[in-house]
Design a protein around this ligand. Structure first.
Ligand SMILES: Nc1ncnc2c1ncn2[C@@H]1O[C@H](COP(=O)(O)OP(=O)(O)OP(=O)(O)O)[C@@H](O)[C@H]1O
Length: 251
């Protein structure tokens, strides 16, 4: 396995209407790292994740996942290496039962049914929703849908977990459960989010985007306490680092 598991080299992307969403992005993510991608609305986070997973292809520059260059021809290889969880789990769950959604990926890769069943049950147990296997995904709560979407990724046994806003629409308990779950995974994790408290807790490294460019890339605890930088990028310090309005204490 490559030591540099994800490599963006001077990547540019413009949408068909001409909007330049990614403007020369370069970074390397190493095996086992947990990286938060942050930035204000429209900074380019989702576009970057779609480029990484081959949903979009760069106009210029190169993206490697392990040794593999991301191109139209290598998409099936890339998708075996990367598990991508969309911002809205409804975009990912489309079968009639949770079981079938989690089985979809492995079945699609021609894995035999006994092995599919093993993988599905292991993935459902990992995220704590084995009891929901026969339920229709659209009848699940937001937190349960998020868990099912993550199980659907885990059943593919990916090297890298890529997540777009995983804590959106989760109540505090479901958010806490998800963070604990993700903390327990040894996968390389790349998470685009506005939840800077989660980044502080889960990701040792943060990449800050602004206007399709990397403005800062470094240790989360340093970046997320740099008020000047955060303000320049339309962000605020994580809530856990802001003073308590009742007692006035600061961490
Ligand atoms: N399909 C599209 N066509 C044209 N422009 C787009 C399209 N999708 C996104 N954009 C634009 O590209 C830029 C980057 O968008 P992107 O969704 O990557 O930002 P983001 O950082 O994920 O934002 P958010 O935090 O709001 O989800 C924005 O200016 C956005 O308006």
């Amino acid at each position: 396995m490559s030591h540099h598991i994800v490599d963006f080299n001077n990547v540019f992307y413009a949408y068909p209407d001409g909007k330049q969403a990614v403007n020369g992005i370069t970074f390397r993510i190493h095996h086992g790292e947990s990286v938060g991608i942050v930035g204000a609305n429209g900074a380019g986070k989702s576009t970057l994740l779609m480029l990484l997973t081959g949903i979009l292809l760069p106009a210029r520059g190169e993206i490697h996942v392990g040794e593999t260059l991301v191109t139209k021809k290598t998409l099936s290889v890339i998708r075996q290496k990367i598990g991508f969880s969309f911002q809205d789990p409804d975009d990912q769950l489309f079968m009639t039962t949770v079981y079938d959604d989690v089985a979809f990926g492995p079945r699609n890769y021609g894995i035999d049914e006994p092995e599919v069943e093993k993988r599905v049950m292991k993935a459902l147990e990992t995220v704590g929703i084995a009891h929901l296997k026969d339920r229709a995904p659209y009848k699940l709560s937001g937190g349960e849908k998020r868990a099912a979407a993550i199980a659907a990724i885990l059943s593919m046994d990916p090297d890298i977990l890529v997540m777009d806003e995983p804590t959106t629409a989760l109540d505090p308990r479901a958010r806490r459960r998800l963070i604990s779950l993700l903390k327990g995974f040894s996968h390389t994790k790349i998470i685009a989010t506005h939840d800077l408290d989660m980044v502080l807790e889960l990701c040792e490294r943060t990449i800050v985007l602004n206007d399709g460019r990397v403005v800062c890339d470094g240790t989360s605890s340093k970046i997320l306490t740099n008020e000047e930088l955060l303000e320049q990028c339309g962000l605020e310090k994580p809530l856990t680092l802001q003073g308590c309005p009742l007692c006035g204490s600061k961490k």
